[in-house]
Design a protein around this ligand. Sequence first.
Ligand SMILES: *[C@@H]1O[C@H](CO)[C@@H](O)[C@H](O)[C@H]1NC(C)=O
Length: 323
Amino acid sequence: MDSQKHLFILLCLSLVPVLLLGQMDMQVEATRHLNHPSKKLFVFGDSYVDTGNTIKPISGSWRAPYGITFPRKPSGRFSDGIVLTDFLAKYLGLRSPIIHKLWYNNIVPEHDLKYGMNFAYGGTDITNSIAYVSVAGNDYYDYMAIDGSLSGFPSFIESVIKQTTTNLIHLQSLGFKRIVVGDLQPLGCLPQATAQNSFQSCNSTFNDLVALRNNLMKQSITKLNQETKDHTTFTILGLFDSFRSVLNHPSSHNIKERLKPCCIGVSDEYTYGSVDSEHTTNKYLVCENLESTFFWDQLHPTQAGWNDVYNELEKRGLHQILY
Ligand SMILES: *[C@@H]1O[C@H](CO)[C@@H](O)[C@H](O)[C@H]1NC(C)=O
């Protein structure tokens, strides 16, 4: 539990180092991909879109039972199978973004890699590329869960949005013409928040704050679009509504287990993916009905859950957002 929590704090601190890595990678990749499809997807963000960039020793995503559905072993994805990045890539007709293994080459100091960077597909010309930015909200979550002073939350939101906006402008200055920002999923529905009522119902206090945050982000995006002097467009990927839609109508998505996570440690001291000190006995339990369970762990959907969210996103006009 603790290491998991710790990890998420590390993962989501800031997008700034991610952007710097992105620049480096463009140079590295430029020499490698001379013949590549014209459309590319660059993904910046956190555990919701990571496909294996987090480093192995610290990340539960590199331990069983993560990846049990696909590729049937841990792949660094924070799920039993494929995640949002893979679905978006598939939609665009691209192979799932390659992970760049800069740390093997010691190009960047290892600690920079802890930020949950996900980097997609490089090339020289990024004007025809999509930058997808994921802000899965662990900073908000930590603020709400740890800090707790909800009265201070609006000003906290404002400062995070300000930083995010600066990062988006940075992406624009790098040459991206299409920048897609995922909005925040209903944090009050994550198992971490619903455990206190035995996974019976979402925490509406959290969700109201997330709605407030998403509204402010939307205003900021509108302003960016109005002020842009080139042809850059900023759009929002509606994760909040899509999550809500699936969770409010689980049966129409073949979801039987709505809020309770599939993978649970056998007791509080064990995280998902734990084994005992002899590395023999598994200290976690994996549910049997993975295909009809929405959440994989305390924070992340199962592959089935992502599939449902993706279908909702598609229904709500993925085409306008990505093309
Ligand atoms: C939501 O969670 C917070 C923090 O754990 C708690 O104080 C509050 O009572 C919860 N609200 C609801 C509606 O469950």
